[in-house]
Design a binder for this molecule. Structure first.
Ligand SMILES: *Cc1c(COP(=O)(O)O)cnc(C)c1O
Length: 250
C-alpha cells in the first residue's frame, strides 16, 4: 500500500516523523522519496526539514539533482544490511566467480542494481572530495536564499500569481508561479497556454530554459528549481524580466 502524501511539483516536505509513527504502529515499510530534497541533509540550517528520514526503511536520493552531480547518479539506501544484496543477488556463474584469489567481498557487481553499468557513485565521491561537506552546504544554502529572493520579488508583483502563496513556500528551493496576462475574456484554456508559449519563445531566443506544468486544477505554471551553483540574483532578476517581456507580446 503506497501513500503519496505530497505532490512532487510543489516541492513540499512530508512530515516524516508523523509518517514514521504511523508506519511503526502498523508495521509498514517506510520509504522516503528524497530524490530532490535529500540534498538538504548537507545543510545544517535546512536538514531539519527531513527530520524523521533516519527512521525510514529505505530512501531514494538523486545526487544528480540538488547536488549537481552530472547525470546519472541515483542512490537507493536500505536500512537493513544485506537485504538488497539478498534480493538482488543472482550469483550468475557466467558473470561472477566466487573462487578468486582475492577477497570477493570487495566486488560490487552482484551487490548493486547497476550490475555491468557505470559506477555512477564515483562521480559523487570525486565531487565530495573536491567541494567537501562545507562546499556542498554553501551551495545548498545559496539555493535556498535564491528561492527566498525569487519568492519575495514575485510576491511584490501583481502580474505574477504564486501557486503556493504562503510563507511556508520559503522552506523549499522550489518556486512556482505563473504570469497573469489580460485577455478580453476569461478562458482557462487560453490561460494554460501562456507558460508553454513563453517557454517556447525563451528557447527560440536562447535566453532561458525553465520547466512548466499543470498540477490538479491549476493552469500551467513555471516551476523554478534552484540547482545550479552558477545562478546569481541577477539571473533571477533577468528571468523575471524575460518572462514579463515575452508576456507583453502574447
Ligand atoms: C526525479 C525524481 C524521481 C525519479 O528519479 P530517477 O532516479 O530519475 O528514476 C523520483 N521521485 C522524485 C520525487 C523525483 O524528483
Amino acid at each position: 500500500l503506497i501513500y503519496r502524501i505530497n505532490i512532487t511539483v510543489l516541492g513540499a516536505f512530508d512530515p516524516l516523523q508523523d509518517v514514521a509513527d504511523i508506519c511503526e504502529r502498523h508495521n509498514l515499510w517506510m520509504h522516503v522519496d528524497a530524490a530532490w530534497g535529500g540534498g538538504l541533509l548537507l545543510s545544517r540550517n535546512h536538514s531539519y526539514k527531513l527530520s524523521g528520514i533516519e527512521r525510514a526503511n529505505s530512501v531514494t536520493w538523486n545526487p544528480h539533482k540538488l547536488m549537481g552531480v552530472p547525470l546519472q547518479c541515483s542512490a537507493i539506501l536500505i536500512r537493513e544490511k544485506g537485504l538488497l544484496e539478498a534480493c538482488n543477488q543472482m550469483q550468475a556463474g557466467y558473470l561472477f566467480q566466487p573462487d578468486k584469489l582475492y577477497n570477493v567481498d570487495f566486488d560490487t557487481g552482484d551487490k548493486t542494481i547497476q550490475c555491468g553499468r557505470h559506477v555512477d557513485i564515483f562521480k559523487l565521491w570525486l565531487m565530495w572530495k573536491a567541494k567537501g561537506t562545507s562546499g556542498f552546504e554553501a551551495q545548498i544554502n545559496r539555493y535556498m536564499e535564491l528561492a527566498k529572493y525569487f519568492y519575495k520579488v514575485l510576491k511584490k508583483k501583481d502580474n505574477f500569481k504564486l501557486v503556493l502563496d504562503a510563507e511556508v513556500r520559503t522552506l523549499s528551493f522550489y518556486v512556482e508561479a505563473y504570469l497573469l496576462v489580460k485577455f478580453p475574456f476569461n478562458n482557462i484554456y487560453i490561460y494554460t497556454q501562456i507558460a508553454p508559449k513563453i517557454k517556447a519563445q525563451m528557447l527560440e531566443e536562447g535566453t532561458a530554459m525553465i520547466s512548466y506544468q499543470p498540477c490538479g486544477d491549476k493552469v500551467n505554471f513555471f516551476r523554478m528549481v534552484f540547482s545550479n551553483p552558477a545562478t546569481r540574483q541577477t539571473d533571477v532578476d533577468y528571468l523575471i524580466d524575460e518572462i514579463e517581456r515575452l508576456g507583453k507580446d502574447l
